[in-house]
Design a protein around this ligand. Structure first.
Ligand code: DAH
Length: 339
């Protein structure tokens, strides 16, 4: 029996197959249930005890060699098959899925664009700020409610370090190192300690503008506001200013635009008034100029600040503020055409 097995081993070592079908036939011949090797295994019972060890070892050798040889031949066929499946280089490419710009970025860029046409340049400041730049230098009294725990996020171990509650802090950052003329536009994220709902969030975005020079007047401010409103919301847009109060401007105003959803006729969005508020503004308080190293006898200025979410809501009627920070692609993809 040993000789028979050795003969088979030799046979197997020189096995060849010209096709996958031939190889399968060989596999069946040697390795299947009814194949030669299994038959030999069945005969093993009849081998005399003293030969069992030697025959057993040979049989195992035969089986392993047969499996190895057939696997090796199979690999050759598999490789040939894979080569036959080369990619079709003439096929049209799949369109690469493009991302979309975030709606807040689309609107922010539009605002920057409009102001840059008037000569305003970008300025930036830190989001983690100190009390001086956010409040004191902006003429907030020591006991102003905006400094209150309820509005402001404090850094626990440093009561003087806070998350900025408005981008007006950038006004101070720029004025302390620059003499007029100053004409800046400052977009950025701000933080307030508010319960999150469809109409409030603990962070949102603002754009601040500041113009300081000789002879800057309220009529300059009005002209810039009108230009901005009409560029942003269309040439038919009207503006109106209502007196207001901010610590850093005097006089201060809030600007409404004619509701761009109903065209000023009155709708649920403008609560039937035909007007919607979009920003705060005013003449820079002389105290603010002095606190930041600018001579208020020589220079005057105006400032304005607006929420980017608010402008975006007006342009695109997003009803729930939380959509802006959830990164739901179905929402973001709706702005594909605005990119
Ligand atoms: N900082 C104000 C706020 O967060 C917005 C603002 C109002 C900015 C009037 C200004 C301004 O520059 O002049 O509500």
């Amino acid at each position: 029996m040993i000789e028979k097995i050795e003969q088979l081993i030799q046979e197997i070592e020189s096995l060849k197959a010209a096709s996958a079908e031939e190889l399968e036939a060989l596999r069946l011949k040697y390795l299947s249930k009814k194949g030669i090797i299994n038959d030999l295994m069945a005969d093993f019972r009849n081998v005399p005890v003293e030969q069992k060890k030697a025959v057993g070892q040979k049989l195992n050798e035969l089986k392993t060699k047969a499996q190895d040889r057939i696997n090796a031949l199979k690999e050759v066929f598999d490789a040939q098959k894979a080569q036959g499946e080369k990619p079709d280089l003439t096929r049209t490419a799949y369109p690469a899925p493009l991302g979309t710009r975030h709606p807040l970025n689309i609107v922010k860029n539009e605002i920057i664009d409009i102001f840059s046409r008037l000569g305003f340049v970008l300025a930036d400041g830190p989001e983690v700020e100190d009390d001086w730049h956010v409040f004191s230098s902006m003429n907030f009294a020591e006991d102003h409610p905006a400094r209150d725990m309820q509005d402001t996020f404090f850094v626990e171990s440093h009561p003087d370090i806070i998350l900025r509650t408005h981008t007006s802090s950038v006004q101070s950052r720029v004025m302390e190192v620059t003499q007029p003329p100053i004409r800046i536009i400052c977009p950025g994220r701000v933080y307030r300690n508010e319960a999150i709902s469809y109409r409030a969030h603990c962070f949102f975005h603002q754009v601040e503008a500041l113009y300081v020079d000789r002879n800057v007047s309220f009529s300059d401010l009005k002209q810039v506001l009108l230009y901005f409103a009409q560029e942003m919301f269309g040439q038919d847009t009207k503006i109106r200013l209502r007196p207001s109060y901010f610590p850093f401007t005097e006089p201060s105003a809030e600007m409404d635009i004619s509701c761009n959803i109903c065209g000023g006729k009155g709708c649920p969005f403008c609560k039937g008034t035909g007007w919607v508020e979009i920003l705060g503004c005013g003449m820079v308080d002389p105290n603010v100029l002095e606190l930041n190293g600018i001579n208020s006898k020589e220079y005057t200025g105006f400032a304005l600040g607006m929420g980017i979410e608010r402008i975006t809501n007006l342009k695109y009627q997003v009803k729930d503020l939380r959509m802006f920070s959830e990164n739901d692609r179905r929402f973001l993809e709706e702005f594909e055409s605005a990119n």
